[in-house]
Design a protein around this ligand. Structure first.
Ligand code: SF4
Length: 718
């Protein structure tokens, strides 16, 4: 969607229009999407909204048409007119999406019309974790929550825990106010979207709060380290658009990208050069580059480094560092020179795969940018926008769950995103009360006592702050289709619970988040019509002074003895399913995996040498064992996989997540060690060693979009 078409569309749409829809829970025949023959010919309407599929918070435009569905009342079938959402596009005015969306954003339509969406409140009717529920009335569901929550509040409110998403939003603010009213601790997140280590590093070095913005579009030479920014890190649509500009947006400049990562990610595959780092050696690599820049007088702003940091860089043993990261010295020297000599150099560092020493590497990368002189400058790192709202905290969630008696689950799935060895399922099973506000039964809500299903994001009002934006941004959605089912907005459920508990609580509205930032003459209706409020103010341009945070150089910890577990496991967030949340959408299941072209499953990626040693080829079955568990998966022999490093995308392996995702494939996070990056509590997903054995005679097969890989390629079945 481009800006011209947007303005054409917007002129036909009035703000906040709600087309009629029905919310009768007796419906039996809601198709996955309303098919074209059930659409009534007539005017389309486009409404601005916000994508809720990840914390990037892209602004969207949603195409709504009038349609029909068949409903059943008193055993009689009726046709009924409803407002049908037919298509989701990016909002061209939004500085994050700029009119584009990722595949998961497009597929949000299938979560709205998903046949497994919950249609009303549920109460547990079987053992915890078995997903056995029965339908109950809202009165009964709320009554049960009020009774148990009141007891917990009187006994010890500090043992009430809420897990919510990392995004700053009016919804998050409402949840925090509710917890405050109960006297409970502030909510935590266990999402892979929190990027807590990236935020912590920026705060320690520059005092910034939030995710720094990398001005990739105006950089000339980029060294990416551990951040798969085209594959799902931080804000995939924003950085994909920036990358387009970086490569083709300037008539006489084609930006150069060198990517250092221990897996051939989407970003590495799009780079001019890939440096295959040993897993966990990112701090060593960055310090070696820093030392080479200093030695070669290529650090134009070396004087900006705090003295203690400069001394630490000078004191490193360069040969040892280069040996640790596994890249030849000649190549390292060439990479450092190209970076130092560029007119607009930029280092983009992140932790797409987290190691116990990831904070060290991100701090070191900020110093690298500081000595290159690009902080706060075009083509460099820009400070994050001031955070106008509180966000959920980070921490060792499994430990907190073990200490808690009541869990409020808001869109988080700890039973899937935390390893089994963390004791998460035992902690869930031992809770006095679990209340889920989710729209689906997933691995964690299968343990819930009560489910109070929220409206879908396309049926909800929200003001959301995107994870990354080059200027202060609030994206806004209001409900423009009535809820399809007997669901209640989170705000409504919490208000009802608080009222019955005699607790003073007022939910936060999107309007109140936006109104204090309105410019003279601007109205709430304008914001709703265009889909957000975007300040023209550029980010801070004065380079901040580094705070002098010390450089550390710790080796990454790995669980498992190398003699018994000779391979290193790297689970990574998949393009299709993100951290697993997209697995219940058939469009995403059908989307071929970028590396293996696998569909409806995710294979384990092995290098050709390891595959030959194990006597396996593409499509064979293997058992992957760690000191903490095992899984079975199909093999994809990846010609660019590092010898001794086994990668597997996250997304499949749900115990419960509807008909498309349940009991399909395996979850690599389930078998990783419960090791964390200590200062943030973020799971060190790449800190586990494994061994692999061939499994013969397994039923089923690896479905690949390009079967010649399996049939004819050098590692295919002959
Ligand atoms: S990047 Fe995230 S917010 Fe943006 S479209 Fe994709 S899933 Fe939605």
């Amino acid at each position: 969607m481009d800006r011209r078409n947007f303005f054409k569309i917007v002129s036909t749409v009035s703000a906040g229009v709600a087309t009629s829809a029905c919310g009768n829970k007796t419906d039996h025949l809601i198709p996955l999407l309303v098919p074209d023959h059930e659409i009534v010919p007539g005017e389309e309407q486009w409404h601005a909204a916000v994508c809720g599929e990840c914390s990037a918070g892209c602004g969207t435009l949603v195409r709504v048409m009038e349609g029909e569905r068949v409903i059943e009342r008193n055993r009689e079938k009726f046709r009924e007119r409803i407002a049908c959402v037919k298509k989701i596009e990016g909002n061209p005015l939004d500085p994050v999406s700029g009119g584009r969306l990722c595949a998961l954003g497009h597929a949000a339509l299938q979560s709205l019309y998903n046949p497994d969406r919950l249609r009303g409140p549920l109460k547990r009717s079987g053992d915890r974790g078995k997903a056995a529920f029965q339908a109950v009335s809202w009165d009964e569901a709320i009554g049960t929550v009020v009774e148990k929550l009141s007891k917990a509040r009187l006994t010890d409110p500090s043992r009430i825990v809420c897990l919510t998403g990392p995004q700053m939003s009016s919804r998050g603010l409402t949840m925090q106010s509710f917890l405050q009213a109960l006297g409970a601790p502030l909510a935590l997140t266990c999402s892979m979207d929190s990027f807590a280590i990236e935020r912590k590093a920026a705060e320690l070095v520059f005092g910034w709060k939030g995710l720094p913005v990398y001005d990739l579009a105006r950089a000339r030479h980029v060294l990416g380290i551990g951040a798969d920014f085209l594959g799902g890190w931080a804000s995939p649509v924003y950085y994909a658009r920036q990358f387009g500009q970086f490569r083709q947006g300037r008539p006489d400049v084609r930006g150069t990208l060198v990517q250092a990562e221990s897996r051939m990610s989407l970003t590495a595959a799009s780079a001019d050069e890939w440096l295959p780092l040993r897993p966990g050696s990112e701090p060593q690599f960055i310090l070696a580059i820093a030392r080479l820049l200093l030695d070669g007088k290529l650090a134009r702003h070396a004087e900006d480094l705090p003295a203690s940091v400069a001394e630490s860089i000078q004191a490193v043993d360069l040969a040892k560092l280069i040996a640790a990261c596994g890249i030849e010295e000649k190549r390292m020297r060439r990479v450092a020179r190209a970076l130092g000599e560029s007119e607009a150099p930029l280092v983009i560092a992140g932790a797409s795969v987290v190691h116990t020493n990831s904070l060290d590497s991100l701090i070191a990368a900020h110093y690298l940018n500081l000595m290159l002189g690009n902080i706060g400058r075009p083509g460099g790192i820009l400070a994050p926008s001031p955070e106008p709202l509180n966000r959920a905290g980070d921490g060792k969630v499994a430990e907190v769950l073990k200490r808690s008696r009541v869990l409020l689950l808001d869109g988080q799935n700890p039973a899937y995103t935390l390893p089994l060895a963390s004791g998460v399922t035992q902690a869930l099973a031992a809770m006095d009360l679990i209340v889920s506000f989710g729209s689906f039964i997933d691995d964690s809500s299968a343990y819930a006592d009560i489910i109070l299903p929220d409206h879908h994001t396309l049926e909800s009002e929200v003001a959301a702050i995107p994870a990354v934006s080059a200027r202060p941004t609030v994206n806004v959605a209001t409900s423009f289709v009535r809820p399809l089912y007997d669901t209640h907005a989170l705000e409504q459920s919490l208000t009802e619970i608080a009222r019955k508990m005699n607790v003073e609580f007022v939910p936060h509205r999107a309007r109140e988040v936006v109104e204090k930032s309105l410019a003279p003459g601007q109205t709430w209706d304008d914001v709703v019509r265009q889909g957000g409020l975007w300040s023209d103010a550029e980010h801070e341009v004065t380079p901040p002074k580094a705070r002098g945070e010390k450089l550390a150089l710790r080796d990454a910890d790995f669980s498992g003895a190398p003699q018994q577990f000779p391979l290193q496991l790297q689970p990574y967030s998949s393009l299709q399913y993100h951290d697993g949340r997209g697995a219940n959408l058939p469009w995403m299941q059908e989307l071929p995996d970028p590396a293996s072209s696998a569909m409806w499953d995710l294979p384990v990626e092995l290098d050709p040498r390891t595959a030959a040693n194990l006597n396996v080829v593409n499509g064979d079955r293997v058992k992957v064992e760690s000191p903490h568990g095992s899984l079975e998966a199909w093999v994809y022999v990846h010609p660019a996989a590092l010898p001794g490093v086994v990668s597997m995308a996250i997304g499949q392996g749900h115990t419960h997540y509807g008909r498309y995702a349940s009991s399909r494939g395996a979850n690599p996070l389930a078998i990783v060690a419960p090791l964390c990056e200590e200062s943030t509590g973020v799971l060190a997903s790449g800190a586990t060693r494994v061994r692999i054995t061939r499994v013969d005679g397994a039923p089923g097969e690896l479905i690949q979009f390009s079967p010649q890989d399996r049939e004819q390629g050098p590692w295919g079945r002959k």
